[in-house]
Design a protein around this ligand. Sequence first.
Ligand code: AHM
Ligand code: MG
Length: 344
Amino acid sequence: MATFSSKIVTIERHTLQQQQFRPGATGALTQLLNDIAASAKIISREVRRAGLGDILGDDGSVNASGDDVKKLDVYADKAIYRMNDHTGRVCVMASEEQEEIIPIPDKFASESAKYVLMFDPLDGSSNIDCNASIGTIFSIHLRQSKGAHGTLEDCLQPGCKQVAAGYVIYGSSTVMVYTTGYGAHGFTLDSTLGEFLLSHENIKIPDAGKIYSINERDTHSWTPNLQRYVAWLKEEDAETRRPRTSRYIGSMISDVHRTLIKGGVFMYPGTVKRPDGKLRLQYEVNPLAFVVEQAGGCAITEDGGRVLDLQPTELHQRTSVFMGSKNDVDECAAFLDGSHPALA
Ligand code: AHM
Ligand code: MG
């Protein structure tokens, strides 16, 4: 007879339990996280059906960051908006898919709405047509403004001010990982029950990994120190775990999720054409950096600063990023600032 040794915990129960760590909590953040989980179920269902209907392929437009918009991006963007525009918990939203901040409709806008919700509805969407994993990334801040409507300034807070963040990866299964600053926790969607069940409690990223993840197309646009670092990773030296293995899906959420589970380093540096890289600070880098730090890892920019300390000045700001296992990021930082002995 099967025996069951561990408890079954739904995401609703988990977010409620986590509320105890926030003295004075009203339950609004707990409910907001549950609303995000609910929109993720809707998006997951649609992603799973992709290819069955007339949903695959480009819709012909270009988004605020200059990328082609896929129909599923639009669907995911609307699903998150419609789940959160009327709850009285969110004062303003911002999406990677939309140029400006997204106001709450007047009839639902309220001074008591405490939270700012920013999201990348479907990250890695260029992978939709070939069935590689994609995902939703979200970042939540406490509002700073007064009045019925939240403002742009509410959306321009540094990542260290996030009160919660996470992502949902639509991979071989659908997994939601979130943090409210008390560890990073993962839940797998049981599609027959329609419930996210705790599957990765208190995720700990390995201190060191064997995988590096970067788009090597840009090798010739990297700084000489970064070129040397990636070349060094390929050299043979068992003592320093080399050569490392390369993995790059081209879907940040998938590359970072793998890094979180298996360890290693994920890198998106600046290039000659794009000195700040490609990835967006508020929608992609900050939320994933928060999760990675909560799992015991690190996230820095190319100049060695902590990602979460960056003060955003514009909504669709880009930043370079190097994130993952502590040892790997430290090693990488030493190459970037020129202090690594291998550069002598
Ligand atoms: P997207 O938000 O339009 O999907 O673009 C972001 C994606 C990231 O998921 C991924 O890390 C990166 O673009 C890959 O870019 P590149 O093809 O330049 O390596
Ligand atoms: Mg994205």
